[in-house]
Design a protein around this ligand. Structure first.
Ligand code: 3H9
Length: 699
């Protein structure tokens, strides 16, 4: 034992170094110094002729310890530890299982031989955290596989399978066993038998000579298009270029410089906040991790429309058996066909095999009868957004479902408590609000009703993880968290157009901020008819907050529903998603302004950005104050995973903290003075935070 997290022992002539730092063997200061000491022990051990690096637990090292970032670094630093492995006088084998990521893979790249279990994955995901591989990865990987393939891995940040890693030349062997230690020992024995000498990666040059400089120019040009506002991808290209242009030691120094530039960037802070936000939301205050969960194997979905079909796919993809129910045979048939088409499209793109398509289809069994839901452990209702219909469905579920079945509604606007009241088991009723397209979008708002039982909450939060979603627990209110904030952005975007901005300008400002789509392009994607029907319903019910009919409703009345009808706020060529501005819509907006006596003015990009984002932050603060979201991180995760909030800005409220709450509060007060309206009244929480000199981060 050389430290509490790294051990050294000998097996025959092989000196075995084992990292054991759960849960993911992150390379923190303890692991770094342990690795260094274990290497020294191995080098000093006269009985060891070769060394083997391996890790205990579920994975090889998953990278540097992200929790240390932003704090003063503690020696030994990782590049130095790695350099010692590279320079070892005894050959070193690395044996990989689970995931070898970031700094973890960089340690392995400095070992002289690498073997991985077939199930292992290897990658350099630093770019996803706003960084670049900063422990020699940008210098060693090109030496092993050439700069073009190294750039593919480093710029995508996605891990590759062991088989691909072997094909690329990242590793020397794939092992079909299930123990990395045994695989490593086998390779080490072979190395001894065949007298393999140390083979430092740093000394290799064959893959980095005669490289056409156009490679780097091309990658820079592609990045300028794909990720113009991101900092670290551009630095990754600089670092790999240095691997080709400079001697190894100078390349490493250049990499270090670039790594620190990334480390200082606010984008790094934002991306790391996003990384932890995704994990933090799973931990619910007041709901201990050991809360019992109900056993869910059989799932039923009610409603075979786009939403219901997407939800059924999510569960089938994760291996659950799914009953898909619809009231009408024709809609059921259409729904099943749509699911098949969806799977077949994935198969065409090579994402699924034909056999997988069939096995998933076999898991989804259509039915017209509620009696077939008697065995379901979980039922998710995704019927038409109408309270009467939903209450009728839940009364029926109450009649047919077995005791203990979880009854979930996918409503996006209706009161979950009123739906629960249609049953005699409100403790089993919960909201599971999926986002369209449900089989693609990662967000799942799980809605806690007034009487929802804790084990139901624990179960649906766990299910979110099992079907690959980011589950966030929210409370009951109109629109819950995500759509309530979206509503504010929508209202403000419409107001800005009333005042003189064009939808294209408003959208451009949002995409320049980092959203994949602006508000109006997103409305076209989601379907203008969706919001129009909801607004119509509110108008008909005499809701005092219902909005007056606007040009958007006029578009819907003309059948311009957005992308699905090739016309909405923009125009679309058949089969294309490219939004083309439409003069006919500009004319409708102009006529609408004239009718209402509005005189358009030039609206600046800054005003568009600030008004949209301030309105969102103010609403989010009200949501927090009302306890609808438990923590700022929940709001951040919802907007990151449901609405494409730019991850490099960390999330809506992380961004607000970066800008400074006094600046935001002052702007909101200014808008209130200028425009009035309860939505511009400063949230009491925001006012309190400013007065106390605190931020959302302090909550
Ligand atoms: C780097 O390496 C820089 C170097 O190039 C240069 C250095 C000089 N550190 O995700 P999970 C925690 S940058 C600290 O739920 P899974 C995680 O927060 C790094 N903590 O499990 C969670 O904690 P909690 C490059 C980490 O099985 C717990 O471990 N590496 C780290 O679904 C379990 O995680 C990466 O970017 C870390 N590096 O997935 C890899 N990683 O239980 C990031 C995880 O308290 N990690 N934790 O919530 C991952 O992609 C996934 O965690 C992994 C496991 C695939 C490993």
């Amino acid at each position: 034992m050389v430290s509490s997290v790294v051990s050294y022992r000998r097996v025959g002539r092989v000196g075995v170094i084992t990292v054991d730092y759960p849960p993911v063997n992150a390379v923190g200061v303890g692991v770094r110094s342990g690795l260094r000491s274990a290497l020294d022990a191995g080098l000093a051990d006269a009985w060891a002729d070769i060394l083997l690096l391996t890790a205990a637990g579920r994975t090889f090292m998953a990278g540097a310890d992200i929790r240390e970032f932003g704090k003063p670094s503690q020696p030994p630093i990782l590049p130095e530890v790695i350099a010692a492995f590279d320079a070892s006088a005894k050959p070193i084998v690395a044996a990989i299982h689970g995931t070898a990521l970031g700094g973890g893979l960089e340690v392995a790249l400095a070992c002289h031989f690498r073997v991985a279990l077939r199930s292992a994955k290897l990658g350099l995901p630093e770019v996803k955290l706003g960084l670049l591989p900063g422990a020699g990865g940008t210098q060693r990987l090109p030496r092993l596989i050439g700069p073009a393939k190294a750039l593919d891995m480093i710029l995508s940040g996605d891990p590759v399978t062991a088989a691909t890693a072997l094909e690329l030349g990242v590793i020397d062997a794939v092992d079909d066993g299930d123990s990395a230690l045994d695989a490593g020992l086998r390779l080490a024995e072979r190395a001894l038998a065949e007298g393999w000498a140390p083979r430092p990666t740093s000394a290799r040059t064959d893959k980095i000579t005669d490289i056409d400089p156009a490679l780097f120019a091309d990658r820079r040009a592609a990045l300028a298009k794909r990720a113009p506002h991101l900092f670290s991808p551009h630095r990754c290209v600089d670092a790999v270029e240095a691997a080709v242009a400079l001697p190894f030691a100078d390349g490493v120094a250049r990499e270090r410089e670039l790594f620190f530039a990334c480390m200082e960037s606010p984008q790094r802070a934002g991306l790391i906040h996003s990384f932890f936000a995704e994990r933090e939301v799973a931990k619910i205050p007041g709901l201990p991790a050991d809360t019992p969960k109900r056993d869910v194997r059989a799932v039923a979905v009610i409603g075979a429309g786009t939403m219901g079909g997407g939800i059924a796919m999510c569960f089938a993809n994760a291996g659950f058996s799914v009953r898909l129910l619809d009231a009408a045979a024709e809609s059921l048939d259409r729904g099943v066909q749509a699911i098949r088409r969806n799977y077949e499209a994935s198969a065409k793109k090579g994402k699924l095999t034909d056999a997988q398509v069939e096995s998933r289809m076999a898991l989804i069994r259509p039915t017209l009868s509620y009696d077939d839901l008697a065995d379901a452990d979980l039922v998710i209702e995704a019927a038409f957004e109408n309270m009467e219909i939903k209450r009728r469905i839940f009364a029926e579920l109450d009649r047919v479902c077995k005791p203990g079945a979880i009854l979930a509604t996918n409503t996006s606007t209706l009161d979950v408590n009123a739906i629960a009241a249609a049953t005699r088991r409100p403790q089993d009723v919960v909201g599971m609000h999926f986002f369209s397209p449900a089989n693609v979008m990662r967000l799942l708002e799980n809605v806690r009703g007034a009487q929802t039982a804790d084990d139901v909450l624990a179960t649906v939060m766990d299910l979110a993880r099992r079907i690959g979603k980011v589950g966030v627990l929210v409370g009951v209110c109109y629109g819950f968290v995500g759509n309530r904030i979206l509503h504010q952005r929508g209202r403000e975007s419409m107001a800005l157009v009333d005042e003189g901005a064009s939808p294209q300008q408003a959208d451009r400002v949002m995409t320049e901020f980092g959203f994949p789509l602006g508000h109006f392009a997103m409305t076209d994607l989601a379907g203008i008819d969706v919001g129009w029907r909801i607004r119509e319903e509110r108008r008909k019910s005499g809701d005092p907050d219902a909005q007056a009919v606007n040009w958007l409703d006029a578009l819907a009345e003309q059948g311009r529903y957005g992308q699905k009808t090739n016309a909405g706020i923009y125009r679309y060529e058949p089969g294309s998603r490219v939004a083309i501005p439409d003069p006919a819509v500009d004319a409708m907006i102009a006529a609408d302004r004239a009718k209402r006596g509005l005189v358009p003015r030039a609206v600046s990009d800054d005003e568009i950005r600030d008004r949209c984002l301030c309105a969102m932050v103010n609403e989010a603060a009200k949501i927090l104050d009302e306890g609808i979201a438990a923590r700022p991180v929940d709001v951040d995760a919802i907007w990151l995973h449901g609405y494409g909030f730019p991850a490099h800005r960390g999330g809506l409220l992380f961004w607000a903290d970066q800008v400074g709450l006094p600046v935001i509060a002052e702007a909101i007060d200014g808008y209130h003075a200028r425009f009035g309206g309860s939505h511009w009244e400063l949230s009491p929480l925001l006012r309190r935070l400013v007065l106390e000199g605190r931020g959302f981060r302090d909550l």
